[in-house]
Ligand binder design. Structure first.
Ligand code: HEM
Length: 487
């Protein structure tokens, strides 16, 4: 009996292997290089994702094989910024790939992030985008100022105690608090110095799940059934639901405007479910990304004291002439500082936060990309980590942190701007990009004005991990006051 089962199993495995080998031999794209295993199975890509160094692993493939590489039998990574707009640009017919479906709860509706249908997506994006428009960011300034004051008080205490702190952790706390306050008017992770409602750990767990299971999305509904069933009744989801319910039903009066208020005010009224999904997406996309960018900038300033000094002079001068608002540098002041904006751009260029390609499905009729014809239904995506240091796009010193490359309106600055797409482009561009720049600009201006940071660990380059977002492994620092902190 055992003997016959083994035979049956071997026959099945052999049949599957044979089918894959034949499919590969008949595939016109079999010439695309990549790991041997990736020609026949998604296992290579799945294991690479689980290892948590996707940015480096895919980067190594591009270094070895060139701008087009295979990641799985029907999935390819492209390191060619000249085709970015062809895949992602305003008139694109490409839609999001199957990977995104693992970020959607099977019981819930699509969110701005998970909706793969371009037409349907355009309708839902309209409902949410108002809260994130450039003209609306200033109305969240009081809220952000409150969070920034607390953030600075915490650093002032660390400076006073002459102790070492976990910079990455503090920036995460600040990023979650500020997005929580702007989104729903609540969250006090910094004040309590702990993840009170489990929102940080939930965000981490759900993105980890989506990233990994997204490599085998057809298993998502099945794997989902085995996840703990009480997750939605307690913890972060229950907290978001309850806080939102109180806000929607007018049980809490707030003097500040939140994303939820903007959504509730618009004509096209949003349901509680719409608002819940909007909030969940905002926590997922809008917290860690800003935190990591702030850490990267502080680290770059520490590594390049000449840049730090130039930035300090620019900020100090601006405060001298334009003053502060309740101790905090105003958005109107900070947004117009050219060197500060150049530092932010340079950090986003050199350390793109999204470390994997954002996968897209090749549309009807197929398409030629970087010299290869990809038939419809295949998955392709641009890998920003592999293009960031390419001299073709950012000049001979592309590997160096040099904010000056963004200044002026010469040929160099124009070329850099053309290739600079940290928030992606086209219909699926980052909906929170203005909020992100608002938060990062104000936070860096304020931190540089008040403190100087000495990175104590690691002593050299940062080491990163990534499932999709690239995050530093560990960053500790000491803080010194440049002037008294008085809020
Ligand atoms: C430095 C900060 C940020 C960076 C570098 C960044 C980058 C990106 C990129 C590259 C995408 C496209 C991803 C894809 O196609 O799969 C994206 C999408 C998105 N981002 Fe951001 N983001 C940042 C901050 C934020 C913030 C603050 C929010 C919310 C307030 C946010 C919300 C979103 C959402 C909802 C999407 C999905 C949009 C869609 O699919 O149409 N992001 N972001």
């Amino acid at each position: 009996m055992v003997f016959s089962w083994i035979h049956l199993l071997s026959a099945l495995v052999s049949a599957v292997c044979l089918k894959r080998i034949i499919a590969h031999l008949l595939d016109p794209l079999r010439v695309v290089p990549g790991p041997f295993l990736a020609r026949f199975t998604r296992l290579w890509y799945l294991v690479c994702t689980i290892n948590g160094r996707t940015h480096e692993n895919i980067g190594a493939l591009h270094d070895r094989y060139g701008p087009v590489v295979r990641l799985a039998p029907t999935e390819y990574s492209i390191a060619d910024l000249d085709i970015y707009k062809q895949i992602y640009g305003p008139r694109t017919a490409y839609e999001k790939g199957p990977w995104y479906s693992a970020f959607k709860s099977p019981e819930k509706e699509y969110t701005i992030f998970t909706d793969r249908n371009n037409k349907h997506y355009a309708q839902i994006r309209r409902k949410y985008s108002n809260a994130f428009s450039l003209s609306n960011v200033a109305q969240y300034e009081d809220t952000l100022n409150k969070c920034l004051s607390l953030f600075c008080k915490k650093f002032a205490k660390i400076a006073d105690e002459k102790s070492e702190c976990d910079l990455a952790q503090w920036c995460r706390f600040f990023a979650f608090d500020s997005i929580g306050q702007m989104a729903i008017g609540n969250l006090r992770v910094m004040e309590l110095e702990r993840d009170e409602h489990g929102i940080l750990s939930m965000t981490h767990a759900s993105t980890l799940y989506g990233n990994i299971v997204g490599r085998i999305p057809e298993w998502h509904a099945w794997i989902w059934k085995f996840l703990p069933t009480n997750m939605s009744e307690k913890g972060a989801i229950a907290w978001i639901t309850e806080t939102m319910r109180k806000k929607v039903q007018g049980e809490v009066c707030s003097t500040v405007t939140t994303f939820t208020d903007v959504w509730l005010q618009q004509e096209e009224k949003m349901s509680q479910e719409d608002i819940f999904l909007g909030l969940a997406t905002v926590f997922g996309g809008g917290s860690n990304t800003s935190a990591v960018t702030i850490v990267n900038i502080i680290h770059a300033l520490w590594k390049h004291p000449e840049v730090c000094e130039k930035l300090q002079i620019e900020i100090d001068e601006a405060v001298k002439t334009e003053g502060l608002q309740g101790g905090v540098i105003a958005w109107e002041t900070a947004r117009r500082l050219p060197y500060l904006q150049a530092v932010i751009k340079e950090s986003l260029r050199l350390i793109p936060i999204v470390g994997v390609q954002a996968p897209r499905t090749v549309p009807k009729g197929g398409d030629t990309i970087s010299g290869y014809f990809f038939r419809e239904g295949l998955t392709v995506g641009l890998h920003p980590w592999s293009t960031r240091m390419n001299p073709k796009y950012f000049g001979d010193d592309a590997a160096i942190f040099r904010p000056e490359r963004w200044l002026g309106d010469g040929e160099e600055a124009k070329r850099n701007e053309y290739y600079h797409m940290p928030f992606s482009v086209g219909p699926r561009t980052c909906i929170g990009r203005h909020i992100a720049i608002f938060k990062i600009t104000k936070a860096i201006a304020q931190l540089v004005y008040l403190f100087s940071f000495d990175i104590t660990m690691p002593k050299g380059e940062l080491r990163y991990h990534s499932y999709s977002q690239v995050e530093p492994d560990i960053v500790h620092c000491r803080v010194e006051l440049r002037r008294p902190v008085c809020f």
